[in-house]
Design a protein around this ligand. Sequence first.
Ligand code: ADP
Ligand code: MG
Length: 242
Amino acid sequence: MPTLVLNGVQKSFGKNPVLQGIDLTVTSGQMVCLIGASGSGKSTLLRCMNLLEPIDDGSITLDGIDISEPGYDPQPVRQRIGMVFQSFNLFPHMTALDNALLAPRRVHGTSRAELEPKVVELFSRFGLADRMHHYPDQLSGGQQQRVAIVRALAMKPQIMLFDEITSALDPELVGEVLDVLRQLRSEGMTMVLATHEMGFARELADTVCFLDRGRILESGSPEQVFGAPEQERTRAFLSRVL
Ligand code: ADP
Ligand code: MG
């Protein structure tokens, strides 16, 4: 059962300190939501968890193993920690199914015949069975984002990171993508989301973290953070977005 622990994580871009000592524990089966203004460091934090960005100080451990050591091979970590972005980035010249088969085939060196039934099963589980053979431009934005989620799940990750995955969608398509997250959560997937969907975070998060200028200024249950925020800056942020 995966547990991800961040300890004093610091990250700067040039002279810009973007993460200034992040302590965060993500335990198995939990859903953690990162909220905060644009530029507060949510995306950078997720990218550090996935080793897409090296950290400057502190540590990130996965099941007790320090994965943030310089020189640690990021590839196996990225198989265990999947990530989905705001822009779906599907390959336009491949069907949804082929998009989802690409990475696991390359990484696991498994044959298509062996892999395909498992990936088809994922498409079915997330209501996309009738869309598998479509190309991205034949799918709505919501369907494309759901395919992007299935593609990440095809790697059999233990933890999933989601970076504002509904922000680029027309409002009427947001619900179907949130439904996928809801389903994943009920299946016990460990998840960390950067999100502007406050209603969703309030409904489903185990822990909500309010990021402010690279720090977790406040964290707790949704009832605590949304219902009785302790920090003035949290209150100001929530009054702007709620
Ligand atoms: P959020 O996702 O909360 O909007 P980000 O993590 O994207 O915040 O950005 C936090 C800060 O880091 C911003 O000031 C942003 O300009 C800066 N930043 C993010 N990525 C880079 C990068 N690759 N190079 C330089 N600065 C960056
Ligand atoms: Mg961001």
